[in-house]
Design a protein around this ligand. Structure first.
Ligand code: BES
Ligand code: MN
Ligand code: ZN
Length: 507
């Protein structure tokens, strides 16, 4: 999709469709709406405030051949209350409009800027919204494969917006570029999550990481099982034992170029993402219903790859490493079993209570390895617990950690990009729940407080390094179609990670 900016009058823009947002309770005071009213023979005065167009989010009115405007179609989209209008509204409105218009066969779409929000960031949000909205996880459909696609997005702003004095055109262009980098990264992760485990094995995930690393200039190291063994990664190897597919630990590294001293040059941020390419539960096997979805149990790893790729393009001045422990969790005659004791790389011993609590085991070794590589801050993300989906549904990501200021920074980074994160507590009593009689800790404390006890388990491996854990089990897969987003993998948390890292580097 090509994205460009125009400062023509909206009625002179030639596109298959023109999109105009309408605020809740809005009349015809605005000069652009007045102009539109005249050129369309008075449809706005009839529509605005009617049941069809109250201006609420989700309201849409579609007009074919609307009159004296160059574009062949007009789409009015409700934007909600003017005072609540945000970059997130721009993302949703653009996504909804793009999806709707693609269904009508439009190939190009122009959207009129109607707010005073920062121009560059608005352009970024619109670009992201269109890219995220148009994504379809239908890789393997052979019939009725939609030939329809929007290949041009035109951002229309009034001439006074793009005047020379502040190089606003430059801001627009860089906003579009940023939006494209981020939108495409998120869609890469969504594609990987949708991919069946028969094709997206741990080795294939490593291949895809390699392709992205060489294309975008990241260093990569792919550890095979022999190297994991040398390093003593008994937890990761324990999980991998039941599978015929060999495990991989994929390590990506980004270093800013230039030799001048950096504000935060001592910092090495590690992103660690759970990469279980299929979670059958292992010997503690899962029920059949819904098991097909466990191909997305590598969404944390996909998010890690996506964020690293975007970082390589955005080039913030901070060191970032991405670690993706990748394995299947399968039952077999060689599989690890309940009652087994595993020794993690850090030396801690773990009693296996439930082989379906495998995510924390592979993360234990990856977090330990991140520290070994010199990480000064660690963010892990994982589809870790069903309990997270029970507690927070598909609305909020659970956030926990050992450093409140770090947690707050990431929550704020999420808020800025319209991703919601809700903190869960980590009192000492929860730590007591993972004590084992035979080993240092056990991998499951049962269902109650499941997200928290899983997090307590991970904290044992982060030790005193500032660390934040994101449980994306409820949010990485959306089972309902939204006007602005296909159902399926969401790519959640990637935009938060990118925003956190670029904010952090700017300090
Ligand atoms: N991958 C699952 C968690 C999950 C469940 C993600 C549903 C998305 C949707 C994880 O490996 C798991 O099985 N967790 C167990 C832990 C339990 C055995 C302590 C769970 O949540 O039931
Ligand atoms: Mn599991
Ligand atoms: Zn899992």
């Amino acid at each position: 999709m090509e994205v460009r900016a125009e400062s023509q009058k909206f009625y002179d823009v030639e596109a298959d469709a023109l999109v105009v947002t309408i605020y809740e309770g809005e009349g015809l005071d605005d000069s652009a709406l007045k102009e539109l009213e005249e050129r369309t023979g008075g449809i706005l005065s009839e529509l605005l405030g009617s049941d069809e167009m109250r201006g609420k989010q989700g309201d849409m009115v579609y007009v074919y051949r609307p009159g004296q405007i160059r574009s062949r179609r007009l789409l009015l989209v409700g934007a909600g209350k003017r005072e609540d209008f945000s970059f997130n509204t721009i993302r949703k409105v653009t996504g909804s409009a793009a999806r709707f218009l693609r269904g009508k066969g439009a190939r190009s779409m122009a959207i009129l800027r109607r707010s005073q929000l920062d121009l560059g960031r608005s352009a970024q949000a619109a670009t992201e919204g269109a890219l995220l909205g148009l994504f379809e996880p239908d890789i393997y459909k052979t019939e009725n494969k939609e030939e329809r696609r929007i290949d041009e997005l035109i951002l229309v702003s009034a001439a006074e917006d793009t005047g020379q004095e502040r190089n606003l055109y430059g801001e627009l262009e860089s906003g579009v570029e940023r939006g494209r980098i981020i939108g495409e990264a998120v869609n890469l992760a969504r594609e990987l999550s949708a991919e069946p485990s028969s094709t997206l094995t741990p080795s294939e995930l490593a291949e895809r990481a390699k392709e992205n690393a060489s294309r975008f200039g990241l260093d990569i190291d792919i550890l095979d099982e022999a190297r994991m063994k040398e390093l003593g990664m008994g937890a990761l190897l324990g999980v991998a034992r039941g599978s015929d597919e060999p495990a991989r630990l994929i390590v990506l590294r980004y270093e800013p170029d230039g030799t001048e001293p950096m504000g935060n040059d001592a910092d090495v941020i590690a992103i660690v993402g759970k990469g279980v390419t299929f979670d059958s539960g292992g010997i503690s096997i899962k029920p059949a219903e819904g098991m097909e979805k466990m191909k997305y149990d590598m969404s944390g790893a996909a998010a890690t790859l996506a964020a690293m790729r975007a970082i390589a393009q955005l080039k913030p001045r901070v060191n970032v490493i991405g670690l993706m422990p990748a394995t299947e969790n399968m039952p077999s005659g060689r599989a690890y079993k309940p009652g087994d004791v595993l020794r993690a790389m850090t030396g801690k011993t773990i009693e296996v209570i439930n082989t379906d609590a495998e995510g924390r085991l592979i993360l234990a070794d990856a977090i330990g390895y991140a520290r070994k590589l010199g990480a000064t801050r660690i963010i892990d993300l994982a589809t870790l617990t069903g309990a997270c989906a029970v507690a927070l549904g598909s609305v909020n990501v659970a956030i926990l950690g050992n450093d409140q200021a770090f947690i707050d920074e990431i929550r704020e980074a999420g808020r800025e990009v319209g991703e919601r994160l809700w903190q869960l507590p980590m009192d000492d009593e929860y730590r007591d729940m993972i004590k084992s009689d035979i080993a240092d800790i056990k991998n499951s404390a049962g269902r109650y407080g499941g997200t928290i006890t899983a997090s307590c388990f991970l904290r044992e491996f982060a030790e005193d390094t500032p660390w934040v854990h994101l449980d994306i089990a409820g949010t990485a897969w959306e089972s309902e179609r939204k006007p602005y987003m296909a159902k399926g993998p969401t790519g959640v948390a990637i935009r938060t990670l990118i925003n956190y890292i670029t904010n952090h580097a700017a300090k």
